[in-house]
Design a protein around this ligand. Structure first.
Ligand SMILES: Cc1ncc(COP(=O)(O)O)c(C=O)c1O
Length: 380
């Protein structure tokens, strides 16, 4: 069987060695402190879980692309509380099966694989699916290398690149660095996209995962030519449900509605019912923020005391840490792993060398385990 050659060409994560060592430690019964996988362990609140079973009908029919209106209304109400914006639930909102599939499929909306202007730009380091979705759609993938404060500034891109760009991804709060774009950054990004007729796609799956100041949304700044992606995965502890939202320019949403009828990407009605409840409640999201903040405080105190530099890390549930002299992220991650501490090397998130000198910690283990991990780390 002849497979799509892309499958063999995708960059594989340099975490293979780490995964093997982690499995060995577990097999030996050694303690493992897993800051690697970005999948929170705090359970989904019971009042959200209860909505799933209660909404599975005997005759469970095909879901529709737009889903029940109540989930779109609940999301629009959240957006109004959270960002002070008005979204039309009928023309500006669509439910999705998590945000990952949207990131993967969005290039299909604007990329003509035969055209010269078929570039998709995305942050690097960054979530690997921006790249993967682009190449599967036949687009030209261009990684915008981030450095310093790791804030993406698309208006600095070369003019000839912008001219052939059809889709630009931004991600604030940003995975893996936790960097946040200001309203001014967002406005300048939108202006440049309007000038070059680029669809501006804003991945805001960490919009409700912040510590000091709630990060702004692109939708507060502008909606024309804009689509933003949201998720309940981290906000409500629902990674396994696969539930997210797409919102923005009504013309883009209408086109997406047509596109998304093709592969059958609609979330199940009972998942939408649970999502309606989740978007309608802010208290549980606040409780989860407090839990992540407590873990973060323990780690930040230790890392600072140990003289390790924490860069960006304003929001999301990651810490982006520069490794000590004499190491790169990979070698430092391997060293930590010999003591049972699992972190990701920054290079795992980058196509360029942008993440080389960093590691990423996901705020996954509970507070007590974070403390224990710090004691072990300190002995290094
Ligand atoms: C930046 C970013 N975008 C999108 C996703 C996908 O999230 P989900 O599909 O769970 O909504 C993730 C998951 O870690 C992410 O880090």
């Amino acid at each position: 069987m002849r497979l799509n050659p892309l499958l063999g060409q995708l960059p594989s994560y340099p975490t293979v060695v780490l995964d093997r060592k982690k499995a060995e430690l577990i097999a030996q019964g050694k303690p493992v402190f897993d800051f690697g996988t970005g999948d929170p362990t705090e359970p989904t609140p019971d009042f959200i879980r209860a909505r799933v079973g209660a909404n599975i009908p005997g005759n469970c029919r095909y879901p529709t692309v737009v889903g029940d209106r109540s989930v779109r209304v609940a999301f629009a109400a959240w957006a109004s509380r959270r960002f002070g914006i008005e979204l039309d639930p009928d023309r500006q909102v669509l439910p999705s099966s998590g945000s990952k599939e949207v990131v993967f499929h969005l290039p299909l909306l604007v990329i003509d694989p035969k055209a010269d202007d078929r570039t998709v730009v995305f942050p690097d380091p960054g979530y690997s699916v921006y790249y993967r979705g682009t190449v599967f759609a036949g687009g030209e993938a261009v990684a915008q290398r981030l450095d310093g404060d790791f804030v993406q500034r698309p208006w600095t891109l070369p003019r000839d690149l912008l001219r052939r760009t059809r889709l630009l991804w931004i991600n604030s709060p940003h995975n893996p660095t936790g960097a946040v774009m200001s309203r001014d950054d967002l406005r300048r990004t939108w202006e440049v996209c309007r000038e070059y007729d680029i669809l501006l796609a804003s991945d805001e799956c960490y919009a409700d995962t912040w510590f000091d100041t709630p990060p702004p949304s692109i939708l507060e700044v502008a909606q024309e030519g804009v689509v933003a992606v949201f998720s309940l995965s981290k906000r409500s502890g629902m990674t396994g449900y696969r539930t997210g939202m797409i919102a923005g320019d009504p013309r883009v949403i209408a086109a997406l509605r047509d596109l998304r009828a093709n592969p059958g990407l609609a979330p199940q009605d009972f998942v939408n019912a649970a999502a309606t409840t989740a978007w309608s409640d802010d208290a549980h999201a606040e409780e989860r923020r407090a839990i992540f903040a407590a873990k973060r405080a323990v780690l930040v105190e230790f890392l600072q005391h140990a003289g390790l530099e924490i860069v960006a890390s304003e929001a999301s549930f990651y810490l982006w840490v520069r490794v000590p002299e004499g190491h790169d992220g990979q070698s430092y991650a391997e060293r930590l792993l010999t003591h049972g501490i699992v972190v990701n090397p920054g290079s795992a998130f980058a196509i360029t060398d942008a993440g080389r000198d960093y590691i990423r910690l996901a705020l996954v283990p509970d507070v007590e385990t974070c403390r224990e991990a710090c004691r072990v780390w300190e002995r290094l």
